[in-house]
Ligand binder design. Structure first.
Ligand code: ADP
Length: 826
């Protein structure tokens, strides 16, 4: 709307065409500044009657010059009447701009008295009227009028002006102007001319009306502006309103931006999906993959997944929907989902509850190992009674290779009616073997545990953690840590496999560990295990195992019956003695397999029904004997048989260990060779010093030794040797050298020595078995090991004389090297 001073050319034209002068009842401003001036004899209460012009969309303010188009009959009458009289009309807003006919209730309260400056009659008979707004006034009554269409009875006719220059007012004006400036910039309606003109205004009302006309005020707010007579109130009111409007614009902007980016994202997604569909259609794919994906989705809802697993799976399916069927990503996700859905969520195998049957099954599975069978049976009974364990027992079968550890773990599964899977841990250093790779790796796979569960298709099974003592660790993590989690009933309910990315309940799994060594298992892990020691078998036991278990099993594997193959006891013993040297029966199984394989071929080649294994056949099938115990060397001075429990490549084994010693020229020292550890070296020193200390008693010439060295050697220097258990044997070897006495070669001994006594040592069972295998007939053991003899089979004890000693000298006494015999013989 043009402003008075902006429209100087318009004003000139208006002055020229002004039709009539206002009459004396209305005064013009008496003073331009400082005072509020009323145009009705200074009385606000005086009522003035004027032609009324109802405005539809315009809100007039004093100081405005506005052109309007007048078409309604009553309005035209009002203009004509005013034009014909003093030129003044009362302008007031309609509440509802759509109304053609208005009554008093349809009009606002406050309006403006304006003076007609120009009237132009247009072709369509409407009028274009130029008005100059002057005073505000409030409507008291409106009446229909014959002469002027509508007449208004108005009061409070006034035009207020600023009074004096006050600092506060100036500050308020400045704030209002700057808020207005901000508003214009926010609404992108900023116009330099507008702002510059505003700067020229100093009257608060003029400024207020000028701004009110240009900001987005509601009708009610505009009415309020017209009603305010106090300048500070007006300025404050407008400042608050504009601040509010700015905030609204800011919020609107934020919402718009958000909606815009949302719409952009939706459009982008839509566009990409459509594009992908088009590409898939173009290269002739899509339908199949979509069907595949929707089948997967259906399955996700059907399978009894955990909530987390279901959410994970659904998120992955969503990704698949947007992917190219032939992309590597697609197959990675698809494989993952297939794997996840094939896992036996909530599926359990019905276990055998018949305890008699279980007992019989365990009994029949293996020969001997009575204690192991008993312990396993107890555990199964307990498991059948208690479903969840706060602290579960993890059995760990420990012993030499081929002793039946793994096969007995399988027997547990069989007896319980559960499937068994073995996870070989020997040499495993990488945690991911057990816990899987994260799916970010290309070619990533689940860990062996989850894979085993999936392969078996049931949440309850037996898992054999084979060779748990041969695991390692490196920068790829420590697999023992994973086992700690797996074996802990508190944690394994929600086992986290990296590939799976969601927890899986392992509590239904029976874990059985096997190991050849104990010292390599970390204490934390060892603490979780109940170690059961399986000891080796004697010749007689091996013969039984071969006859009742190994041969029938191998025959079946080769499609032969027991009628087609026969081997007598003597030949079997030849194989055991001359072709194997072990605590277990793995080597024996291999030799028997070899014989049966050859026998099978012979039956086929010669078209015979049956084959007997003779001495010649053993020689042709198995070639030369590998071991000949009877070839043991004759007795020599300084040479004795020690008994050791050594760590071989395959596991801990008992062994007969030769110890040799001799005298060399020197200066009364002890020398040694044979790849010895510190404990062994110390044992040599102790033995020598002990003998020297008793030289008089034993008849040793100590003086003579001052220019001689005692030299001790342990053959097989390639094998490292350590431990204190060779002490007694070293003592005897040096004694033999110093006295020049030969020890019988069918005698062996073990025991740690101190300056006075003999101490207990480990591996007694294995040592005695090794002695037995080697044809030893007398063994000296520390007295403190007497309890170990309870576990030794009758066969061994029948063939070996065991002598318990308290001091190393007891050996010498027993063999009558010192005269009287004092020690205990069993
Ligand atoms: P380990 O795990 O101790 O190295 P295995 O369990 O693999 O030994 O046993 C090797 C072979 O010896 C298997 O064929 C097993 O059936 C057999 N075996 C071992 N001990 C016995 C036994 N006490 N009774 C019957 N067979 C046995």
């Amino acid at each position: 709307m043009p402003k008075k001073d902006e429209q100087s050319s318009l004003k000139t034209a208006v002055e020229e065409k002004k039709s009539e002068k206002v009459d004396g009842s209305i005064r013009t401003r008496a003073s331009e500044e400082n005072e509020a001036v009323f145009f009705t004899s200074n009385k606000e209460k005086d009522v003035v009657v004027l032609p009324l012009l109802a405005l539809k969309d315009l809100s007039p303010f004093p100081e405005m010059i506005m052109p309007i188009f007048v078409g309604r009959e009553k309005s035209v009458k009002a203009i004509d009447y005013a034009n014909a009289s003093n030129g003044n009309v009362f302008l007031i807003c309609q509440k509802d701009p759509t109304l053609e006919d208005v009554e008093q209730g349809d009009l606002e309260e406050y309006g403006v008295i304006a003076e007609i400056k120009q009237v132009i009659l247009l072709q369509d008979r409407t009028l274009k009227v130029l008005l100059e707004c002057k005073y505000t006034a409030s409507l008291i009554e409106m009446r229909e009028s014959e002469k002027c269409g509508m007449e208004a009875f108005v009061k409070e006719c006034y035009r207020a002006y600023s009074i004096g220059l006050q600092e506060e007012r100036q500050a308020l004006q400045k704030t209002l102007k700057s808020e207005f400036d901000k508003y214009l910039r926010m609404t992108k309606t900023f116009d330099t001319n507008l702002v510059n003109f505003l700067e020229t205004l100093h009257d608060s009302f003029e400024i207020g009306y000028y701004i009110s006309e240009r900001v987005n005020l509601s009708n009610i707010e505009k009415q309020k502006v017209l009603s305010i007579k106090d300048e500070e109130e007006l300025l404050e009111y407008l400042i608050l309103k504009i601040e509010y409007l700015i905030k609204v614009v800011e919020i609107e902007k934020r919402i718009k931006n958000r909606l815009k980016s949302q719409i952009e994202k939706n459009q982008k997604d839509y566009y990409l999906t459509e594009q992908m569909k088009a590409i898939q259609k173009e290269i002739g794919e899509g339908e199949d993959s979509r069907e595949e994906v929707s089948k997967l989705e259906e399955k996700i809802h059907k399978v009894k997944l955990s909530e987390h697993a279901r959410n994970t799976a659904l998120a992955e399916v969503k990704k698949l929907k947007y992917m190219n069927q032939f992309s590597s990503e697609f197959s990675v996700i698809k494989n993952y989902l297939d794997f996840l859905l094939e896992l036996p969520w909530g599926i359990n195998t019905e276990t055998n509850k018949n305890l008699d049957e279980i007992k019989q099954s365990l009994e029949a599975s293996h020969f001997g190992i009575k204690e192991v069978k008993e312990r396993v049976y107890e555990l199964i009974v307990q498991r059948n009674r208690v479903k969840s364990f706060s602290k579960s027992t993890i059995l760990c079968f420990y012993g030499a290779p081929g002793i039946g550890k793994t096969s007995f773990a399988y027997a547990i599964g069989k007896a319980m009616g559960l499937k068994t899977v073995s996870i070989p841990l020997g040499g495993v250093k990488d945690e991911s073997v057990l816990r899987g790779h994260r799916r970010t790796y290309i070619g990533s796979m689940p860990g062996r545990i989850i894979q085993a569960v999936k392969d078996v298709g049931s949440s309850n099974l037996v898992i054999v953690l084979d060779e748990i003592g041969s695991m390692g660790s490196d920068w790829r993590g420590n697999p023992e840590d994973v086992l700690l989690e797996v074996l802990d009933p508190m944690q394994n309910k929600n086992f986290q496999d990296n590939y799976l990315g969601t927890g899986f309940d392992l509590s239904g799994i029976i874990f059985v560990a096997t190991t050849n060594y104990l010292d390599t298992i970390k204490p934390a892990l060892l603490d979780r295990l109940e170690v059961i020691h399986l000891t080796g078998y004697t010749q007689e036991e091996k013969e039984k195992i071969a006859t009742d278990y190994l041969i029938p099993k191998i025959l079946a594997e080769h499609g032969l019956t027991k009628e087609q193959f026969s081997i007598d006891k003597e030949r079997l013993n030849t194989i055991i003695r001359n072709y194997t040297y072990e605590s277990g029966v793995r080597g024996l199984e291999k030799q028997l397999s070899k014989i049966i394989r050859k026998a099978m071929c012979e039956i086929e080649a010669q078209k015979i029904d049956k084959i007997d294994i003779t001495e010649e056949r053993i020689n042709t099938f198995l070639k030369k004997p590998v071991y000949r115990p009877e070839e043991r060397k004759e007795s020599r001075i300084g040479v004795v048989n020690g008994l050791a429990y050594v760590r071989s490549r395959e596991g801990q084994e008992g062994e007969v260990l030769l110890i040799e010693s001799t005298l060399t020229p020197g200066e009364g020292k002890v020398e040694f060779t044979g790849n010895l550890g510190n404990m062994m070296k110390e044992s040599i020193q102790i033995a020598y010093k002990k003998l020297l200390s008793k030289s008089d008693e034993y008849g040793i010439n100590a003086e003579d030794l001052k220019n001689k060295n005692v030299y001790v050697n342990f053959p097989s220097g390639g094998t490292p040797k350590d431990g204190p258990s060779a002490g007694v044997a070293i003592f005897c070897s040096i004694f033999s050298t110093l006295k020049g006495i030969k020890f019988p070669n069918e005698v062996a001994m073990t025991g740690e020595i101190t300056l006075y006594d003999t101490l207990k040592v480990g591996g007694i069972k294995e040592k005695l078995l090794a002695a037995y295998r080697n044809g030893i007939t007398k063994v000296f053991l520390p007295y403190d090991n007497s309890l170990d003899l309870e576990d030794i089979s009758k066969e061994v004890l029948d063939n070996i004389e065991v002598v318990l000693i308290k001091k190393p000298e007891d050996v010498l006494e027993n063999l009558s090297f010192l005269g009287s015999k004092q020690c205990v013989s069993i």
